[in-house]
Design a protein around this ligand. Structure first.
Ligand SMILES: NC(=O)c1ccc[n+]([C@@H]2O[C@H](COP(=O)([O-])OP(=O)(O)OC[C@H]3O[C@@H](n4cnc5c(N)ncnc54)[C@H](OP(=O)(O)O)[C@@H]3O)[C@@H](O)[C@H]2O)c1
Length: 290
């Protein structure tokens, strides 16, 4: 008999008909520099993915565009055949060019091809969750999501996709997508220092929709703020632990997908996210977003 891992900080959340741990894992930075090419440490990347599952994590975020296809292939190598409890979320809406850019590709034919690429590189017959990624590298942009989301909804009806989400979107695009098909999650940039989505998070929580912040630790630029360092020192914790614990406490519909290429950091983050922040601690952190 194998023993199950201890419960992860934050407990679980229902994404459609699937239950996932609120503490998940984001695979993007497992690829090479600037998310292009293979990782410097292939075996280390495989070890991180296996450790995530061993820790009990049941939500991994990826995309065919990472590498491109590098993180999907790593996930497949490390974890296929996938545990029934594991939900792999992917996203479509962009490809990669030779310079490492992320050209948008959102016409119906582009999206069908990207869904197919995800199926093939992950080695599955249907995708658990596909996010329709909008906007550009600077963030969400106005513009219609309807045609793109209709294409994904068709693939969902055909059984190729189980659940749909949206990413890098405005509140209007979330509302428009929901007119086409159910949206189980919104994946936007959000962390202690970037809180533009505060009202959206509360609206989604009221409707039982998950909010999945990308760059929870600041992404390519680690979160740095005097109030964060001061609080972390006082609590004898790392700034990463404080940032993750704050997200888990911010709202029950927030799901974490912090990225790391190191097993030690993954373990540190899992332990750190269990930190209990007092109302006074939260008030101090609120000053960061200005
Ligand atoms: N929808 C979108 O448009 C979009 C955009 C960007 C990202 N995403 C998703 O969001 C996920 C999270 O974003 P992200 O990985 O770019 O950024 P992140 O989670 O904010 O930060 C990851 C960075 O933090 C470092 N880190 C993590 N734990 C650490 C620790 N305990 N100590 C020191 N450093 C630590 C990692 O370095 P080490 O490797 O050295 O640990 C890595 O450089 C991605 O994996 C991806 O799946 C989605």
């Amino acid at each position: 008999m194998t023993s199950s891992p201890p419960a992860l900080p934050g407990g679980t959340w229902n994404l459609g008909d699937r239950t996932v741990t609120r503490f998940g894992y984001g695979a993007m930075q497992l690829a090479g520099p600037w998310v292009m090419g293979p990782p410097a440490d292939h075996d280390g990347a495989i070890a991180v993915l296996r450790e995530a599952v061993d820790q009990g994590i049941t939500h991994i975020d990826t995309s065919h565009a990472y590498g491109p296809r590098v993180t999907n292939h790593l996930i497949r190598e490390a974890l296929h055949p996938y545990p029934a409890s594991l939900l792999i979320a992917t996203k479509v809406g962009a490809t990669r060019d030779a310079e490492g850019g992320w050209p948008t590709a959102r016409r119906p034919g582009d999206l069908r091809q990207q869904v197919h690429e995800n199926l093939e590189s992950l080695g599955v017959e249907s995708l658990d969750l596909v996010n329709m990624r909008m906007g550009d590298a600077t963030g969400p942009q106005p513009g219609s999501i309807t045609e793109a989301f209709e294409t994904l909804a068709e693939l969902q009806e055909q059984g190729v996709i189980r659940h749909l989400g949206v990413s890098n979107v405005t509140a209007e695009q979330v509302a428009d997508a929901r007119k086409v098909a159910p949206v189980v999650c919104v994946q936007n940039m959000y962390n202690l220092a970037h809180r533009h989505d505060d009202p959206l998070i509360d609206d989604l929580a009221a409707d039982g929709i998950a909010y999945v912040p990308f760059f929870p630790l600041g992404g390519f630029t680690p979160l740095q703020a005097e109030a964060l360092s001061a609080l972390a020192t006082r609590l004898n914790a790392t700034p990463m632990a404080v940032a993750l614990a704050w997200l888990l406490q911010r709202s029950a519909n927030i799901l974490l997908i912090p990225g790391t290429s190191k097993v030690a950091h993954l373990r540190e983050n899992v332990t750190g996210a269990a930190l209990a922040l007092s109302a006074q601690d939260v008030a101090e952190l609120d000053s960061i977003s200005g």
